[in-house]
Design a protein around this ligand. Structure first.
Ligand SMILES: [Zn+2]
Length: 384
């Protein structure tokens, strides 16, 4: 059994210990110490990383109360080592984890919902609850949770004896029957939990509920606390500042300004499409068929206008083939006819213009990579 330093002192980032064993395993070294401040993987929380002397601790796992550190270099059994937990990472996790207790405790007290899932990911923390809540209710929870931070109440851990345990009401994430470690945030939460937490709620700094979705009959709440919430604020502030500068509006009006811009863009696109079609009809009116065929090339006509052009040509020819936008990717093409079943033409057409595409009896559409000259030669030899 490994002595768990983080149980009694969550702020012990540096410690001394004796190496009990070190075994090579899958390209790494499995190191067992007599005591450790490294918290192992578990309860929705990633394991601590850090160093043991100069060896890097890459992973930490626990099996039957024995904690194994996986390192990149070996350590001699019997020696004493200096351990150092990556403290900024650990502290962020303690901030998020303790914030989660406060939020879950409040939601349990106010609305009777259980925390049924917890995950501390690389971008945010998620908590799953057993029932649904509205955004207004979550806003209230967020306000009360931050009040708990400002009150700076103590976070204590204790192991009640079975009799005492039977008499207290607590949230339980684990199905434990003995050595139940209760984490108490006075006035807010009692919960069975084995992870490290901050010593007083003021250390959390801030609790921000980000968003929520319906999930498995309840809701999944996304949340960030402390340093992670500050990083998130910085990122979002820079985004809003860039948008407000680019659009010359107050930051508080940025979202509305983007909505207006999108509406203007949709209006312009609508007008541009109408103009493109009118231009295509005008061009079509001046085309002349050669041997019953109209062949047309454009550098930049979009697909909508190209289709309008081809359809507008059909009363002047038996076959119209239009190509647009020759670039590294080749041409977009549309071929149409009111007199020929184009399904019989598709294979030879695609072969003749180095193309890929298909359609129905009246219209073919696809891509072609042949040069304009090669396409012109193909159609000049084509007889209807
Ligand atoms: Zn906890």
């Amino acid at each position: 059994m490994t002595e768990r330093i983080f149980d009694a002192d969550s702020h012990a980032a540096v410690f001394e210990a004796k190496v009990l064993s070190c075994q090579p395993q899958d390209g790494r070294f499995a190191v067992i110490l007599d005591r450790t401040a490294f918290f192992p993987l578990g309860g929705g929380q990633q394991p601590d990383t850090g160093t043991l002397n100069t060896a890097h601790v890459l992973d930490v796992r626990e099996t039957q109360r024995v904690i194994t550190h996986f390192t990149d270099t070996p350590l001699q059994p019997g020696i004493r080592v200096q351990g150092a937990v990556d403290w900024p990472q650990r502290f962020r996790r303690m901030q998020n984890h303790t914030g989660e207790h406060i939020v879950s405790g409040l939601i349990h007290k106010l609305y009777g919902l259980e925390n049924v899932g917890f995950h501390m990911g690389s971008t945010d923390v998620t908590i799953d609850f057993s029932g649904e809540l509205t955004r207004a209710q979550l806003n209230e929870v967020e306000s009360l949770a931050n009040e708990a931070v400002w009150r700076n109440v103590a976070v204590t851990t204790w192991y009640p004896d079975p009799q005492k345990l039977a008499g207290i009401s607590y949230r339980s994430k684990l199905e434990l029957t003995e050595n139940v470690r209760i984490v108490t945030i006075e006035g807010y939460d009692d919960c069975a939990c084995c992870a490290p937490h901050v010593a007083r709620t003021g250390e959390i700094g801030i609790i921000k509920l980000l968003d929520f979705i319906r999930y498995k009959g309840g809701i999944r709440v996304h949340m960030l606390c402390g340093a992670d919430a500050l990083d998130d604020y910085r990122c979002k502030f820079e985004n809003v500042r860039s948008i407000s500068n680019a659009l010359s509006v107050q930051q508080s009006d940025a979202a509305k300004a983007v909505q207006n811009l999108n509406a203007q863009l949709a209006d312009i696109q609508h007008k541009l499409t109408a103009m493109g079609r009118a231009w295509a009809r005008e061009l079509a009116a001046h085309m002349q068929a050669k041997n019953g065929i109209i062949l047309f090339f454009s550098a930049s006509m979009d697909t909508d206008a190209l289709r309008e052009f081809v359809n507008s040509c059909l009363n002047q020819c038996q076959l119209c083939a239009a190509f647009s936008g020759c670039d590294a990717q080749g041409w977009n093409y549309i071929a149409a006819s009111t007199t020929i079943d184009l399904r019989t033409l598709a294979n030879s057409l695609n072969e003749g213009i180095d193309g890929k595409g298909g359609g129905n009896a009246r219209m073919l559409q696809g891509r072609a990579s042949a040069t304009q000259l090669k396409i012109q030669n193909y159609f000049s030899t084509y007889t209807l």
